[in-house]
Write a protein that binds this ligand. Structure first.
Ligand code: C2E
Ligand code: CA
Ligand code: CA
Length: 706
């Protein structure tokens, strides 16, 4: 912008001359003229001048008066005024001019170089002032921006300023702080800025926190921070973080200043996170984390009061099946319903937790005796046993429970939990018993079993097993009809372990599947070898446990091995017990159906001991049945056993099945069984189960003798 110079003179010719002189400046300027002091003031109103050059003597308002008026106004008193006067030498006049704001004088008649050099200096000053002014404007703008930003950030962070007058203890709140306290957005007309934090707090909180602030004043250092909560004017719960600090000047307390931050949302988020950490989303029950935390304090309280407490674990039976059969959605509904039913049973002394997928735990406090706990267990069971109906399906589920007592069974939460778990697995093992109390013997048995399980695992890895073979003889022709493969565990450390001992363990732990595959392969290979060596088929009967039958891949495995060793189905028979037919989901029946389809012989083992159900017999239609040793043992002495054997043989023959008598030890038994029309005999009378080499030499001896 071109700087403007105002020239004032009542003589127009002077103005023209001055203007002409000013053209000699080496800077471009705009020169504006005024004929009088008042006209000059008008021009000042219109323009921003870098400099005023004025005559002193003028009618109406002289130069001094005009300068004095400019001097009075903040906007104009910065404009340098140079008087052009003949009276320059007059001391009195000069002082008057300076006090009126004159910055310099130029003597008439004007000397050109004096005018130009003085004007140039003031123009330079003006230029610099302009630069500074611009910087200031810029700075102010930036400060304003920053302040707005800060206010916005504070508004976003919901932070307000807060101060307390240390004399009157009156509070002064910033707009934002006030908005926080009133529970309204900043700028809301409902914001009542006469509020104070202290009036919002409960009496107790107010006394405490303001007491601490007074202490802070006395202690002359430090800050005080606190969290507080109150109900805002519009009835919302508000959590705030406050901090105050004493402000001193020359060692004198002048102010107590701080901030108030609204942390309600953060608090709420933290509460939700904490809730989720401690609760199960599906059932809304407290979860395993809660269990551990709360059980610790329950145990501590119980110990302190010398009372008793029980921990009960509730595990739903076969809940995986519900998932598989009815789908996860129904399973979830059921879990939520079970949680609801159980929760209804809870008194103030019982707390229910969901500690696993289908596992719940209850802590019962203030109990008197085990009988009382058992009553609770019964009522929980009832609640679970009630039928569930979803989408037209009626579903029922049972549970197994384990209970441990404090202080009898264990002294801390972890051990209580372990003991309850042990008692629970005992209930699982026995379908007839729904709940068990923990006892010491239980843990010893458990310990032993664990050790055996590890040993068995080891034995499977190192293959400390061998198959023995026991012949089956045709009672009519005395021919060798086949063999039964029987497993033996010969452990370098443990010595001989009987199958009656380790097969049930292997079934429970699932190890039977690995072991079973080994047995099948071994037996099939033996059958293949004998076919070659003996030039005839010696069918091998393989015992298959219930757990193996459940596996739908079993038939494929048989097929694969039979193909590999190149044997035909007539060379293999499977022996199963009736329990394999009790599986309610039909998987076992399907496996058996496929095995039969493959033309493998199926023998029903230990017949007469278990259910001995004719229905089972009819539905499975095995190729043979084996009368249990217990009947054969007494066949000569106990007429009813003989009678039972007789009946079994009759029924079996009617159904076109072969009958095998197990545990034949004496020739008399052979004869009797022959009379009863039994087809095959197996037992020590012919041979004990033998290792392969021994069996082969027995075979040759037997063949030679007959
Ligand atoms: P099991 O299938 O009923 O086998 C017959 C059991 O009676 C065998 O006992 C056999 O040695 C025994 N035995 C045979 N003849 C006589 C006799 O004249 N007198 C007496 N007192 N006993 C006789 P073992 O070998 O100890 O097997 C016991 C049970 O272990 C078997 O009963 C079977 O359930 C199971 N087992 C044996 N080997 C296997 C196998 O390879 N797989 C599976 N899953 N189970 C097997
Ligand atoms: Ca058998
Ligand atoms: Ca048997």
């Amino acid at each position: 912008m071109v700087p403007k110079i105002l020239i004032v003179d009542d003589v127009p010719a002077n103005l023209v001359a001055l203007k002409a002189l000013l053209r000699g400046l080496d800077k471009e300027v705009e020169v504006i003229s005024a004929n009088s002091g008042s006209e000059a003031l008008e021009k000042v109103l219109e323009h921003e001048f870098a400099l005023i050059l004025t005559d002193v003597q003028m009618p109406e308002m002289d130069g001094f008066e005009m300068a004095a008026i400019l001097q009075e106004h903040d906007e104009w008193n910065q404009i340098p005024v140079i008087f052009i006067t003949a009276a320059y030498k007059d001391e009195q006049n000069r002082d008057r001019g300076y006090s009126a704001g004159a910055v310099d004088y130029i003597q008439k008649p004007i000397e050109e170089h004096v005018l130009l050099s003085k004007t140039a200096i003031f123009l330079k000053l003006y230029e610099q002032r302009q630069i500074i002014k611009n910087i200031n404007v810029d700075l102010e703008k930036r400060v304003a921006e920053r302040t707005a930003e800060l206010l916005q950030t504070q508004a976003m962070a919901k932070i307000g300023g807060w101060s307390i007058n240390p004399q009157t203890w009156e509070e002064n709140l910033s707009e934002q702080a006030c908005a926080i306290i009133c529970g309204v957005p900043i700028g809301d007309p409902d914001c009542n800025c006469n509020s104070s934090l202290s009036e919002m707090l409960s009496e107790e909180d107010r006394e405490y926190h303001f007491g601490r602030i007074r202490e802070l004043v006395d202690s002359v250092d430090g800050q005080y921070e606190f969290l507080a909560e109150f109900t805002t004017k519009n009835d919302q719960m508000c959590h705030v973080f406050c901090n105050v600090e004493c402000m001193y000047e020359n060692g004198k307390l002048v102010d107590i200043r701080g901030i108030i931050q609204d942390i309600t949302e953060r608090q709420r988020a933290e509460e939700i996170i904490q809730y989720l950490e401690m609760h199960d989303a599906l059932t809304t029950l407290p979860n395993r984390n809660s269990f551990h935390e709360q059980a610790l304090s329950y145990v501590a309280d119980t110990r302190a009061m010398g009372e008793q407490l029980a921990v009960m674990l509730i595990d739903l039976d076969k809940f995986k099946d519900v998932n598989d059969v009815h789908g996860q959605a129904v399973a979830d509904l059921m879990l939520a319903e079970i949680a609801r039913r159980l929760n209804e049973k809870m008194t103030q002394y019982e707390t229910l937790y969901r500690v696993g997928g289908d596992e719940f735990a209850v802590v019962l406090r203030g109990i008197e005796n085990a009988v009382e706990v058992a009553q609770h267990a019964e009522s929980y069971l009832q609640a679970i046993a009630e039928e569930f109906v979803y989408f037209g399906d009626t579903i029922s589920v049972s549970a197994s429970m384990g209970i441990s007592l404090f202080p009898q069974d264990a002294d801390d939460v972890d051990s209580l939990m372990k003991s309850a778990d042990l008692a629970m697995s005992r209930s699982k093992e026995d379908p007839g018993i729904a709940y068990n109390f923990y006892d010491k013997e239980m843990s010893q048995t458990f310990q032993r079993r664990k050790e055996q399980e590890i040993r068995l695992h080891h034995a499977i890895e190192r293959n400390f097993f061998e198959l023995y073979y026991q012949p089956k003889i045709n009672l009519k022709t005395n021919e060798i009809q086949g063999v039964e493969a029987l497993i033996r565990w010969n452990d370098p450390e443990l010595g001989f372990v009987g199958p009656d001992e380790f097969i049930p363990l292997a079934e429970e732990t699932g190890q039977i599947r690995d072991l079973g595959r080994w047995i099948i392969r071994e037996a099939c290979e033996a059958a293949a070898r004998w076919k070659k060596e003996l030039g005839r088929t010696v069918p091998v009967a393989i015992n298959i446990s219930v757990e193996q039958i459940k596996c739908p891949k079993l038939p494929d495995f048989f097929q694969k091995v039979m193909n590999e060793v190149n044997i035909t189905p007539d060379m293999i028979e499977v022996e199963i017990t009736e329990t394999a037919l009790l599986d309610d989901r039909g998987e076992s029946r399907e496996t058996l159906r496929r095995l039969k389809e493959m033309d493998l012989g199926i023998a029903l083992d230990d017949f007469g001991t278990g259910y001995s159900s004719l229905t089972h017999l009819k539905s499975l239609l095995p190729s043979s049945i084996k009368i249990d040793r217990s009947f054969i043992q007494n066949i000569m002495t106990d007429p009813s056993d003989a009678h039972i054997a007789d009946m079994i043989i009759c029924v079996a023959h009617n159904l076109k099945m072969t009958v095998i008598a197990e545990g034949v030890e004496e020739i008399e038994q052979c004869d009797r069984l022959n009379e009863l029309n039994c087809d095959i005999g197996q037992g020590y009378f012919y041979s004990k189960p033998l290792p392969e080499a021994d069996f082969l030499s027995w075979y040759h001896d037997y063949a030679k003798a007959s």
